[in-house]
Ligand binder design. Structure first.
Ligand SMILES: CC(C)(C)CCc1c(C(=O)O)[nH]c(=O)[nH]c1=O
Length: 296
Protein backbone atom coordinates (compact mmCIF):
# COMPACT_ATOMS: atom_id res chain seq x y z
CA UNK A 1 0.00 0.00 0.00
CA UNK A 2 1.03 3.68 -0.12
CA UNK A 3 2.71 5.44 2.77
CA UNK A 4 0.81 8.37 4.29
CA UNK A 5 1.63 11.62 2.56
CA UNK A 6 2.35 10.23 -0.89
CA UNK A 7 -0.32 10.71 -3.59
CA UNK A 8 -3.13 10.49 -1.00
CA UNK A 9 -4.03 14.10 -0.15
CA UNK A 10 -6.98 14.57 -2.58
CA UNK A 11 -10.04 12.54 -3.56
CA UNK A 12 -8.49 12.12 -7.04
CA UNK A 13 -5.33 10.67 -5.45
CA UNK A 14 -7.43 8.32 -3.34
CA UNK A 15 -9.65 7.29 -6.27
CA UNK A 16 -6.44 6.34 -8.13
CA UNK A 17 -5.42 4.20 -5.16
CA UNK A 18 -8.72 2.35 -4.82
CA UNK A 19 -8.78 1.57 -8.55
CA UNK A 20 -5.17 0.31 -8.44
CA UNK A 21 -3.83 -3.08 -7.38
CA UNK A 22 -2.66 -1.72 -4.04
CA UNK A 23 -3.85 -3.99 -1.23
CA UNK A 24 -4.97 -0.99 0.83
CA UNK A 25 -4.48 2.76 1.13
CA UNK A 26 -3.85 5.38 3.81
CA UNK A 27 -4.93 9.03 3.65
CA UNK A 28 -2.58 11.99 4.10
CA UNK A 29 -2.06 12.66 7.84
CA UNK A 30 -4.90 14.97 8.82
CA UNK A 31 -5.17 17.90 11.21
CA UNK A 32 -8.57 19.09 12.50
CA UNK A 33 -8.66 21.96 10.01
CA UNK A 34 -7.17 22.21 6.50
CA UNK A 35 -3.52 23.31 6.33
CA UNK A 36 -1.59 24.91 3.50
CA UNK A 37 1.72 23.52 4.72
CA UNK A 38 5.19 24.88 4.06
CA UNK A 39 6.32 27.04 1.08
CA UNK A 40 7.77 25.24 -1.93
CA UNK A 41 10.19 23.80 -2.86
CA UNK A 42 9.20 21.46 -0.02
CA UNK A 43 9.92 18.05 -1.60
CA UNK A 44 12.73 16.98 -3.92
CA UNK A 45 13.43 13.71 -5.69
CA UNK A 46 16.98 12.40 -5.26
CA UNK A 47 18.92 9.79 -7.25
CA UNK A 48 17.93 7.20 -4.62
CA UNK A 49 15.00 8.69 -2.75
CA UNK A 50 13.54 11.97 -1.59
CA UNK A 51 13.73 14.74 0.96
CA UNK A 52 10.64 16.60 2.21
CA UNK A 53 9.52 19.26 4.64
CA UNK A 54 5.87 19.43 3.53
CA UNK A 55 4.59 20.79 6.84
CA UNK A 56 1.43 18.68 6.94
CA UNK A 57 -0.52 20.19 4.03
CA UNK A 58 -3.92 18.50 4.11
CA UNK A 59 -7.64 19.14 3.61
CA UNK A 60 -8.60 18.56 7.26
CA UNK A 61 -9.97 15.47 9.00
CA UNK A 62 -13.59 15.76 7.77
CA UNK A 63 -12.47 15.62 4.14
CA UNK A 64 -10.70 12.27 4.67
CA UNK A 65 -13.31 10.87 7.06
CA UNK A 66 -16.03 11.59 4.49
CA UNK A 67 -13.95 9.80 1.86
CA UNK A 68 -13.28 6.63 3.85
CA UNK A 69 -16.91 6.47 5.03
CA UNK A 70 -18.12 6.62 1.44
CA UNK A 71 -15.53 4.02 0.44
CA UNK A 72 -16.45 1.59 3.22
CA UNK A 73 -20.09 1.80 2.09
CA UNK A 74 -19.08 0.97 -1.48
CA UNK A 75 -16.46 -1.65 -0.57
CA UNK A 76 -17.15 -2.96 2.96
CA UNK A 77 -14.66 -5.78 2.43
CA UNK A 78 -11.63 -3.55 1.72
CA UNK A 79 -9.12 -2.24 4.26
CA UNK A 80 -8.63 1.48 4.53
CA UNK A 81 -6.47 3.55 6.84
CA UNK A 82 -7.10 7.06 8.14
CA UNK A 83 -3.95 8.90 9.28
CA UNK A 84 -4.04 11.67 11.88
CA UNK A 85 -1.23 13.98 13.00
CA UNK A 86 -2.41 16.62 15.40
CA UNK A 87 -0.02 19.48 16.11
CA UNK A 88 -1.10 19.25 19.77
CA UNK A 89 -2.35 16.44 21.98
CA UNK A 90 -5.73 18.17 22.16
CA UNK A 91 -5.95 18.17 18.37
CA UNK A 92 -5.18 14.45 18.29
CA UNK A 93 -7.76 13.66 20.99
CA UNK A 94 -10.38 15.83 19.29
CA UNK A 95 -9.84 14.03 15.97
CA UNK A 96 -9.88 10.60 17.61
CA UNK A 97 -13.16 11.42 19.40
CA UNK A 98 -14.64 12.38 16.03
CA UNK A 99 -13.45 9.09 14.52
CA UNK A 100 -14.63 7.09 17.54
CA UNK A 101 -18.09 8.65 17.28
CA UNK A 102 -18.29 8.12 13.51
CA UNK A 103 -19.34 5.05 11.51
CA UNK A 104 -15.73 4.51 10.36
CA UNK A 105 -14.65 0.90 11.00
CA UNK A 106 -11.25 0.86 9.32
CA UNK A 107 -7.79 1.40 10.79
CA UNK A 108 -6.64 4.68 12.32
CA UNK A 109 -2.91 5.51 12.06
CA UNK A 110 -1.72 7.98 14.71
CA UNK A 111 1.41 9.73 13.44
CA UNK A 112 3.79 10.09 16.39
CA UNK A 113 6.22 12.24 14.40
CA UNK A 114 3.95 15.13 15.30
CA UNK A 115 5.69 17.98 17.09
CA UNK A 116 5.85 18.18 20.86
CA UNK A 117 5.96 21.31 23.02
CA UNK A 118 8.64 23.72 21.71
CA UNK A 119 12.14 22.79 22.80
CA UNK A 120 11.25 19.10 23.08
CA UNK A 121 11.81 16.48 20.38
CA UNK A 122 8.96 15.07 18.29
CA UNK A 123 6.57 12.90 20.32
CA UNK A 124 8.08 9.67 18.96
CA UNK A 125 11.42 10.62 20.53
CA UNK A 126 9.93 11.63 23.92
CA UNK A 127 9.04 8.30 25.55
CA UNK A 128 7.24 9.84 28.51
CA UNK A 129 5.08 11.82 26.09
CA UNK A 130 4.32 8.68 24.06
CA UNK A 131 2.92 7.11 27.24
CA UNK A 132 0.85 10.20 28.03
CA UNK A 133 -0.58 10.30 24.51
CA UNK A 134 -1.42 6.59 24.33
CA UNK A 135 -2.92 6.54 27.82
CA UNK A 136 -5.17 9.48 26.92
CA UNK A 137 -6.12 7.88 23.57
CA UNK A 138 -6.97 4.43 24.88
CA UNK A 139 -8.99 6.01 27.67
CA UNK A 140 -11.83 6.22 25.13
CA UNK A 141 -10.75 4.96 21.69
CA UNK A 142 -11.91 1.39 21.03
CA UNK A 143 -11.53 1.12 17.24
CA UNK A 144 -8.47 -0.47 15.56
CA UNK A 145 -5.55 1.97 16.00
CA UNK A 146 -1.86 1.87 15.20
CA UNK A 147 1.01 4.30 15.55
CA UNK A 148 3.46 5.56 12.88
CA UNK A 149 6.93 5.71 14.41
CA UNK A 150 10.09 7.61 13.55
CA UNK A 151 13.24 5.50 13.12
CA UNK A 152 15.25 4.53 16.21
CA UNK A 153 18.99 3.92 16.12
CA UNK A 154 19.87 2.70 19.62
CA UNK A 155 19.16 -0.75 21.09
CA UNK A 156 18.03 0.83 24.36
CA UNK A 157 15.52 2.90 22.42
CA UNK A 158 14.14 -0.22 20.71
CA UNK A 159 13.73 -1.76 24.20
CA UNK A 160 12.10 1.35 25.67
CA UNK A 161 9.62 2.09 22.90
CA UNK A 162 8.60 -1.58 22.61
CA UNK A 163 8.06 -1.84 26.38
CA UNK A 164 5.77 1.19 26.21
CA UNK A 165 3.84 0.05 23.13
CA UNK A 166 3.27 -3.42 24.60
CA UNK A 167 1.14 -1.86 27.32
CA UNK A 168 -1.55 -0.73 24.88
CA UNK A 169 -4.12 -2.60 22.73
CA UNK A 170 -2.53 -1.46 19.47
CA UNK A 171 -3.69 -3.09 16.24
CA UNK A 172 -0.39 -2.30 14.53
CA UNK A 173 2.84 -0.35 14.56
CA UNK A 174 4.04 1.26 11.34
CA UNK A 175 7.79 1.61 11.18
CA UNK A 176 9.48 3.80 9.86
CA UNK A 177 8.63 7.37 9.00
CA UNK A 178 11.17 9.37 6.96
CA UNK A 179 14.63 9.69 8.53
CA UNK A 180 14.27 13.08 10.11
CA UNK A 181 16.11 16.25 9.37
CA UNK A 182 18.50 15.31 6.63
CA UNK A 183 20.04 18.04 4.47
CA UNK A 184 20.49 17.96 0.71
CA UNK A 185 22.47 20.72 -0.98
CA UNK A 186 23.16 21.89 -4.50
CA UNK A 187 26.93 22.32 -4.58
CA UNK A 188 26.84 24.30 -7.80
CA UNK A 189 24.57 27.01 -6.38
CA UNK A 190 25.85 26.37 -2.84
CA UNK A 191 22.21 26.30 -1.70
CA UNK A 192 19.96 23.90 0.21
CA UNK A 193 17.43 22.29 -2.16
CA UNK A 194 14.38 22.78 0.12
CA UNK A 195 12.99 26.17 1.16
CA UNK A 196 11.46 25.39 4.61
CA UNK A 197 13.54 24.79 7.74
CA UNK A 198 16.81 25.98 6.16
CA UNK A 199 16.67 22.93 3.90
CA UNK A 200 16.29 20.30 6.61
CA UNK A 201 13.79 17.54 5.80
CA UNK A 202 12.80 13.89 6.13
CA UNK A 203 14.79 11.46 3.97
CA UNK A 204 13.03 8.61 2.17
CA UNK A 205 13.86 6.05 -0.48
CA UNK A 206 16.41 3.30 -1.13
CA UNK A 207 19.08 4.81 1.12
CA UNK A 208 16.96 4.31 4.26
CA UNK A 209 16.14 0.62 3.72
CA UNK A 210 18.79 -0.72 6.18
CA UNK A 211 17.36 1.57 8.86
CA UNK A 212 13.79 0.54 8.06
CA UNK A 213 14.61 -3.20 8.09
CA UNK A 214 16.38 -2.84 11.44
CA UNK A 215 13.36 -1.10 12.98
CA UNK A 216 10.94 -3.69 11.58
CA UNK A 217 13.09 -6.56 12.90
CA UNK A 218 13.86 -4.99 16.28
CA UNK A 219 10.19 -4.26 16.95
CA UNK A 220 8.99 -7.63 15.66
CA UNK A 221 11.35 -9.34 18.12
CA UNK A 222 10.10 -7.14 21.00
CA UNK A 223 6.39 -6.46 20.41
CA UNK A 224 3.51 -8.70 21.48
CA UNK A 225 2.47 -10.93 18.57
CA UNK A 226 -1.00 -9.34 18.83
CA UNK A 227 0.51 -6.12 17.43
CA UNK A 228 0.91 -6.33 13.65
CA UNK A 229 3.79 -4.53 11.95
CA UNK A 230 3.62 -2.40 8.83
CA UNK A 231 7.07 -2.10 7.27
CA UNK A 232 7.79 1.20 5.54
CA UNK A 233 11.02 2.59 4.14
CA UNK A 234 13.32 2.00 1.22
CA UNK A 235 11.06 -0.25 -0.87
CA UNK A 236 11.73 0.11 -4.60
CA UNK A 237 11.32 -3.49 -5.83
CA UNK A 238 9.91 -6.93 -4.99
CA UNK A 239 13.09 -7.99 -3.21
CA UNK A 240 12.72 -5.04 -0.83
CA UNK A 241 9.16 -6.15 -0.07
CA UNK A 242 10.46 -9.70 0.50
CA UNK A 243 13.11 -8.38 2.90
CA UNK A 244 10.56 -6.41 4.94
CA UNK A 245 8.35 -9.51 5.21
CA UNK A 246 11.35 -11.67 6.15
CA UNK A 247 12.08 -9.19 8.99
CA UNK A 248 8.53 -9.66 10.24
CA UNK A 249 6.35 -7.07 8.48
CA UNK A 250 2.72 -8.12 7.96
CA UNK A 251 2.07 -5.32 5.45
CA UNK A 252 4.45 -3.09 3.46
CA UNK A 253 4.02 0.58 2.56
CA UNK A 254 5.81 2.45 -0.21
CA UNK A 255 6.46 6.18 -0.09
CA UNK A 256 9.15 7.80 -2.25
CA UNK A 257 9.13 5.23 -5.05
CA UNK A 258 5.32 5.32 -5.23
CA UNK A 259 5.61 9.09 -5.50
CA UNK A 260 7.73 8.79 -8.65
CA UNK A 261 6.19 5.70 -10.29
CA UNK A 262 2.50 5.97 -9.41
CA UNK A 263 0.07 3.06 -9.13
CA UNK A 264 1.76 0.77 -11.75
CA UNK A 265 4.30 0.27 -8.96
CA UNK A 266 1.89 -2.05 -7.11
CA UNK A 267 1.54 -4.36 -10.11
CA UNK A 268 5.32 -4.45 -10.57
CA UNK A 269 6.00 -5.18 -6.89
CA UNK A 270 3.38 -7.93 -6.81
CA UNK A 271 4.92 -9.55 -9.88
CA UNK A 272 8.47 -9.23 -8.58
CA UNK A 273 7.57 -10.62 -5.15
CA UNK A 274 5.66 -13.53 -6.72
CA UNK A 275 8.66 -14.35 -8.90
CA UNK A 276 10.98 -14.39 -5.88
CA UNK A 277 8.57 -16.62 -3.95
CA UNK A 278 8.25 -19.01 -6.91
CA UNK A 279 12.04 -19.24 -7.24
CA UNK A 280 12.33 -20.08 -3.57
CA UNK A 281 9.40 -22.53 -3.59
CA UNK A 282 7.23 -20.43 -1.26
CA UNK A 283 3.48 -20.65 -1.89
CA UNK A 284 2.45 -18.24 0.84
CA UNK A 285 3.94 -15.30 2.74
CA UNK A 286 3.50 -17.34 5.93
CA UNK A 287 6.22 -19.67 4.60
CA UNK A 288 8.88 -17.02 5.27
CA UNK A 289 7.33 -14.07 7.17
CA UNK A 290 9.51 -13.11 10.15
CA UNK A 291 11.91 -16.02 9.54
CA UNK A 292 15.09 -14.01 9.04
CA UNK A 293 18.05 -16.15 10.06
CA UNK A 294 21.16 -14.96 11.90
CA UNK A 295 24.67 -16.32 11.60
CA UNK A 296 24.94 -17.73 15.12
C1 LIG B 1 6.66 15.98 10.18
C2 LIG B 1 5.26 16.45 10.42
C3 LIG B 1 4.96 17.67 9.58
C4 LIG B 1 5.13 16.85 11.89
C5 LIG B 1 4.28 15.29 10.17
C6 LIG B 1 3.93 15.00 8.72
C7 LIG B 1 5.06 14.41 7.94
C8 LIG B 1 5.62 15.06 6.87
C9 LIG B 1 5.20 16.42 6.43
O1 LIG B 1 3.98 16.64 6.19
O2 LIG B 1 6.12 17.27 6.33
N1 LIG B 1 6.64 14.50 6.14
C10 LIG B 1 7.15 13.26 6.47
O3 LIG B 1 8.08 12.73 5.82
N2 LIG B 1 6.61 12.58 7.52
C11 LIG B 1 5.59 13.11 8.27
O4 LIG B 1 5.16 12.44 9.24
Amino acid sequence: MNAAGIRCATTDDLDNLITSNAGAYVTKSATPDPRVGNPSPRMKGLPNGSINAMGLPNHGLDYYLDYVLADQKKRPDRMNFLSVAGITLDDNLQMLHTIQDSAFNGFTELNLSCPNVPGKPQVGYDFGRVQEVLTAVFDFFTKPLGVKLPPYFDMAHFDQIAAILNRYPLAFVNTINSVGNGLVINAETETAVLKPKGGFGGIGGASIKPIALANVRALRLRLNPTIAIIGTGGVVNGQDVFEHLLCGADMVQIGSKFGFEGTPLFDRLNQELSAIMATKGYTSIADFKGKLKTLD
